[in-house]
Design a protein around this ligand. Structure first.
Ligand code: ATP
Ligand code: MG
Length: 357
């Protein structure tokens, strides 16, 4: 959506080149920094592979980059060994040219404020003022698809980002409990999905209602088991969505010991019904660390909007922190589990959320 760019690959580099002078290169550069799989990104001026063209490009491109600096150094790299000058010679010549154009600068080979680069590559020469870190990770979708259990909280969007970064295309599953949870809570989750789309491009958010399940839990089961039982229902429904949408894993934002339902014993009880690997990238992170990431990924401000989540409806005052699977199963036996699952399953609908929309 940012304009007309040509993209080509050579060795381990992807070249993205504007096709007209009018393209928004700033915007393109910002977007490229959000593409998983790029270790680093470099904005460069391209020119013909001869010294005259390189001098001209350096004079046109570098002053804006060097403005305000006192010291610099010039480095050259030559992957085209047929180029008549060697790297140190190229660096020295271009460095001299820069000094002529900007006499206020000084060369400092050991601690320069900025290092400018001349790279002689396959087709063109490139001049730039250093690389920036890319989004890292591996390309989106290269690891297949995962189903992110997306609440409106801080942790699950972070978990989604982390697994997308490792190559999983993300589908999301959100559980609501209308009227105990509100329309705003639903909008908030779609907004979080939209924010993740900065990196994930498109997320299909599947929504399932847990209202009746939660009411049945409240009316038939012991309060201390509410959350655990609910989480097992979530997992069972997530299994079904994963199967239908061909996801290879479930992803949650759980962190060991953060709340009663995230003790090791509780996780064992929930995982007992999962039919897919449950990926929990936040499992070893402290809340502070998760918050830091949420800020960095841009989801924090939305996450802290104060709307109810279905997990905070009918929460037990004294939840079980060391549940036994057999006891949990006894609680479940009080319910017509299959019928409840089917009813919840039939309530599902999907909203597709896309970047740039
Ligand atoms: P988060 O900040 O992600 O909400 P949390 O610390 O509040 O996590 P819980 O509410 O126990 O913890 O939820 C643990 C995980 O279960 C969440 O990270 C998320 O993956 C999933 N989850 C919780 N509530 C929902 C929901 N309403 N819809 C979908 N998934 C949910
Ligand atoms: Mg939550």
């Amino acid at each position: 959506h940012v304009g007309d760019f040509q993209i080509r690959y050579a060795q381990s580099t992807v070249y993205i080149e504007p096709q007209t002078d009018g393209e928004d290169v700033d915007e393109m550069f910002e977007q490229v920094k959000k593409v998983f799989g790029f270790a680093s990104v470099t904005r460069a001026a391209a020119c013909e592979k001869n010294m005259e063209a390189i001098f001209a490009a350096a004079r046109a491109y570098l002053p804006a980059k060097l403005r305000g600096c006192k010291t610099f150094r010039c480095e050259a790299k030559r992957s085209d060994k047929l180029f008549p000058l060697k790297s140190p010679e190229i660096a020295a010549e271009v460095g001299g040219e820069i000094l002529e154009a900007m006499p206020e600068l000084q060369v400092d080979l050991t601690h320069p404020e900025i290092t400018v680069w001349v790279e002689i590559r396959d087709r063109m020469a490139y001049i730039h003022a250093g690389q920036e870190r890319g989004a890292g990770g591996i390309p989106l979708g290269s690891g297949g698809k995962g189903l992110l259990l997306l609440s409106g909280g801080i942790d699950s969007p972070v978990a989604g980002y982390m697994m997308a970064k490792r190559g999983l295309f993300i589908d999301a599953l959100h559980f609501e409990s209308y009227p105990y949870t509100s329309e705003q809570a639903r909008q908030k989750v779609l907004e979080l999905a939209h924010e993740l789309c900065e990196y994930c491009r498109e997320i299909r958010v599947h929504v399932i209602s847990l209202t009746h399940i939660q009411e049945m839990l409240r009316d038939n089961c012991d309060e201390e088991y509410f959350t655990l039982l609910l989480r097992r229902f979530m997992m069972e429904l997530a299994n079904r969505v994963a199967e239908e949408k061909e996801c290879k894993a479930l992803i949650t934002g759980e962190s060991l010991g953060q709340v009663a339902s995230q003790t090791m014993a509780a996780i064992c009880v929930t995982d007992a019904v999962a039919r897919y690997p449950v990926l929990r990238p936040c499992i070893g992170l402290d809340k502070e660390e998760i918050v830091e990431r949420a800020r960095q990924f841009g989801t924090f401000d939305t996450s802290i909007l104060p709307y109810e989540d279905c997990c905070t409806v009918f929460t037990p005052r004294h939840p079980k922190t060391r549940p036994e699977l057999s006891k949990v199963e006894q609680q479940e036996a009080r319910l017509d589990k299959e019928a409840l699952l089917q009813e919840a399953w039939d309530s599902r609908y999907t909203v597709a959320v896309r970047q740039f929309e």
